[in-house]
Design a protein around this ligand. Structure first.
Ligand code: SF4
Length: 386
């Protein structure tokens, strides 16, 4: 039986909702850490009873994301370790990441995380520009990321990542180069770069629909992304996935497991799990989620079995989003011709027998995946007719 080596745990609490955010978050002045841990206990019990997702005796990766995990009580990571099973977290090269926002991350919390076994911190920085932070609805100031990194290092973390946003409305006059230079001065080994999207139901979407908020043009969005990728790579951060950049050996193994199609278990409201061919996702609303979990019922919103075609599409999409790409010899000659046209248009390169998208290709990754799938389906039916 295939066991699960990667676990994601969602901590939904945020002090307030950012202007653009549509994540599964629960807004309040503090988190309910005890309820959170009880809900995780209930969900795990329900999963053990069901018997479909079996945790490996030694986890490879554990990722606590949110929301804002740094709003949880300082003992929460130690409690989580005992709930998951301390023995499961003893592997020497376990990667245990916890997300933090600079304003709720202090030395006490950082030290308690280290003691619990957390060994990687991902900081939600987004920008160092005060006016832009206020527009976003973030609670930290421009200096706080520096303090948070210093705190993390003092506590003993050497593996640090920061999130940076691009694609902001031009009226904000955000200086992306300056922000990237500030990231460099933090000396972190990993950067995640996310483009702002206008998600329906958010205050940002409402302002845009009323004509009260400008949005970036497609051309400018593209230019910002290409500039950021080139700049990060020139500073030694290898783009190993469409949104992720790392110094050698510092790639996130947790996310890499997702992209290589390995099974994973997601705990918490809105969390997703995958064990081929089943994909399932939890109830998104925190109150409804924990009510189910506390009754030791599976808090699942829905699940689906991927068809062969859907699995193929997903494996293409996952492969193309990383710099490992897809093995060319797995495709028929007619599709290899398609790859040649991508290379000719500077959308892809051939590397060690694999077709890998360039940053220009990553910008239209969804389109290229569909194109590949269409040709794949045609060539398969041609083959069947031979
Ligand atoms: S801190 Fe992150 S998860 Fe929380 S509201 Fe802001 S963007 Fe959303």
């Amino acid at each position: 039986m295939e066991t699960i080596g990667s676990v994601y745990v969602h901590a939904p609490f945020c002090s307030r909702r950012c202007y653009y955010c549509d994540f599964a978050v629960e807004v309040g002045s503090s988190s309910d850490s005890d309820l959170w841990i009880q809900a995780i206990i209930g969900e795990l019990k329900a999963l053990y009873e069901e018997g479909m997702f079996t945790l490996s005796p030694s986890l490879e990766t554990l990722y606590v994301g949110g929301g804002t995990p740094s709003l949880l009580h300082e003992n929460s990571m130690a409690q989580l370790a005992s709930v998951i099973g301390n023995k499961r977290l003893e592997k020497n090269d376990l990667e245990w990441t916890c997300e933090a926002n600079p304003e709720s991350f202090d030395l006490e919390k950082a030290s308690s995380w280290i003691q619990a076994g957390v060994n990687r911190v991902s900081l939600g920085v987004q920008t160092f520009q005060e006016s832009v932070l206020r527009w976003m609805g973030r609670l930290h100031g421009a200096e706080m990321p520096y303090e948070a990194v210093a705190i993390a290092r003092k506590a003993g973390f050497s593996n640090l990542s920061v999130d940076i946003i691009f694609g902001l409305p031009p009226s904000l006059k955000r200086n992306l180069r300056k922000d990237l230079e500030a990231v460099l001065s933090l000396g972190v080994d990993h950067v995640s770069l996310y483009g702002l999207t206008v998600e329906s139901g958010t205050p940002l979407a409402r302002a845009v629909s009323k004509g009260q908020q400008d949005v970036i043009s497609g051309t400018q969005y593209r230019e910002e992304y290409l500039f950021a990728v080139e700049w990060l790579e020139s500073q030694g951060y290898e783009g190993y996935e469409v949104s992720n950049f790392a110094k050698p050996g510092k790639q996130s193994r947790h996310n890499s497991n997702y992209w290589s199609g390995k099974p994973y278990l997601g705990l918490g409201n809105g969390a997703h799990s995958y064990l081929h061919p089943v994909r399932r996702w939890n109830i998104r609303d925190w109150d409804s989620y924990y009510a189910k979990a506390l009754e030791t019922c599976l808090p699942i919103e829905n699940q689906e079995e991927l068809s062969r075609e859907e699995h193929k599409l997903e494996s293409f999409w996952l492969g193309l989003r990383t710099n490992t790409g897809l093995k060319i010899d797995d495709f028929l000659p007619s599709i290899k011709k398609r790859f040649d046209s991508w290379i000719a248009r500077d959308l892809a390169v051939e590397r060690e027998g694999n077709i890998c998208l360039t940053s220009k290709g990553w910008l239209i990754m969804d389109q290229l995946t569909v194109e590949l799938m269409e040709h794949f389906s045609c060539s398969e039916s041609e083959n069947e007719n031979l």
